[in-house]
Design a protein around this ligand. Structure first.
Ligand code: GLY
Length: 428
């Protein structure tokens, strides 16, 4: 079977690496792919948000499964068009992708189905939003309702920052995505991502993972798409895991009860509060960089699992999780998540990749005409290591990072460090 993967980040490189292990897969096409996928798949040029273009390419090229990585094509309804053309798709249609495409829809769904979450109010009027802010004060979270490339969330520790964030949304910083603004409770506790495969009926959880969203050491600095991640998450208790899984199962059942046929990955972003896990957000896709630690630990055939989700027979598929630990460190371009330069020559990836347990996933890279590996994005590489213990996986990941260099790269040196100190580290 030929598979077409949409997307070009570290998540898609990790998906392609895992799909390539499958005996069901003959070859993989990726649109647009990156410098890493180029070595194991065919990178193609295609408008991934145009459902007709994707379905047309899949039909013309005998594609047996389309896998949609990023949120934008999901929200644009690409899965609906491809499914309509008779091609199996891994990824929800537009109605399911609203869980990520509209934060207010997501919050309303949580409320309708009694799912645990912080308080939240949505506003389409600046003065009303500011009036509400005056009542609830700070710390508080301000969110643009729609997709904003991971930049639409402000964790405001004071009222001034919250006011500015609300104003920026209404002044059009995020275009139409900011026409509705959510003012949400600031929840305290460790974050935990629980992703699940689902075919709309059966829910199969993946191993939990913990992302590091802030740009700098000690969880300081601006929010990013994620600067590093590890799996499993040792600070999660069995009771918390069961509570998160219950939320995921009730969400899929809730979607089904509302006539939404959701096939793909459901991503639950949780905060482990003193009152139990509470939902921060849903995403309608694999997390990035969570995928880069979860899929290496998957003991199963990803192509078989994805096809089973697409064809609504996930209950028939077996999968398990390897006992190894995984740690992934993001190496980014200097300046990210703000302005940064691209086109810098990357050295040392081959040397890093021969360290036992290490895989270097490419997130924002490209190959020049002469085959030189260049930076092409903010998050550039995800250096992932498996190890027999948390400490070994961490050590291997950072040994590999030390092999890699380019002008003005940066990374966090504390990925996983807090969790190694235990749950009390979040009380410091
Ligand atoms: N790691 C956060 C996300 O994928 O949205």
């Amino acid at each position: 079977m030929r598979i077409l993967v949409l997307g070009g980040g570290g998540r898609e490189h990790a998906i392609v690496v895992k799909l390539a292990e499958s005996v069901l897969v003959t070859d993989i096409h990726v649109a647009p792919g990156n410098g890493g996928t180029a070595g194991i798949a065919k990178n193609i040029s295609l408008d991934v948000e145009d459902g007709d273009a994707v379905a047309g390419y899949a039909l013309a090229n005998d594609v047996g499964l389309v896998v949609i990585g990023p949120e934008a094509p999901l929200v644009a309804g690409v899965a609906d068009v491809v499914r309509e053309a008779g091609i199996p798709v891994f990824g929800p249609g537009a109605s399911g992708a609203r869980l990520e495409g509209s934060k207010s829809f997501s919050k309303e769904l949580m409320a309708r189905h009694g799912l645990p979450a912080g308080f939240s109010s949505a506003f389409t009027d600046l003065e009303e939003a500011l009036g509400y802010l005056g009542e609830v004060s700070a710390p508080i979270v301000i969110k643009a309702d729609g997709l904003a490339a991971g930049k639409g969330v402000t964790v405001a520790m004071d009222v001034h920052t919250a006011r500015e964030a609300i104003k920026e949304c209404f002044e059009g910083r995020f275009g139409e995505a900011g026409n509705t603004v959510l003012v949400e409770e600031f929840l305290t506790g460790p974050e935990c991502s629980l992703l699940a495969f689902t075919d709309g009926i059966t829910v199969v959880p993946m191993a939990p993972a913990q992302d590091h969203k802030r740009a700098y050491e000690n969880d300081e600095g601006p929010n990013t798409g994620g600067m590093g991640v590890y799996s499993p998450v040792p600070i999660v208790t069995d009771a918390e895991y069961d509570a998160m899984l219950d939320v995921m199962e009730r969400t899929v059942a809730g979607l089904r009860s509302e006539g939404i046929d959701y096939r793909g990955v459901l991503y639950g972003g949780f905060i482990l509060t003193d009152e139990g896990p509470k939902l921060l957000e849903f995403n309608a896709r694999f997390g990035d960089p969570e995928t880069q630690v979860v899929l290496p630990r998957l003991d199963g055939d990803l192509a078989e699992i994805m096809l089973a989700c697409a064809e609504q027979r996930l209950a028939d598929v077996d999968l398990a999780w390897k006992p190894e630990w995984a740690v992934s460190v993001v190496i980014a371009s200097g300046g990210y998540p703000g302005e940064y330069k691209t086109g810098k020559m990357i050295l040392g990836v081959e040397r890093a990749a021969v360290i036992p347990g290490v895989t270097v996933y490419h997130a924002g890279t490209t190959l020049s005409a002469d085959g030189t590996l260049l930076t092409a994005g903010g998050r550039v590489l995800n250096v992932t290591a498996l190890g027999a213990s948390f400490a070994e996986a961490r050590q291997r990941a950072y040994d590999a990072v030390d092999c890699i260099t380019w002008e003005s790269m940066f990374f966090r040196t504390d990925i996983g460090a807090k969790a190694q100190r235990g749950r009390d580290a979040w009380k410091d």
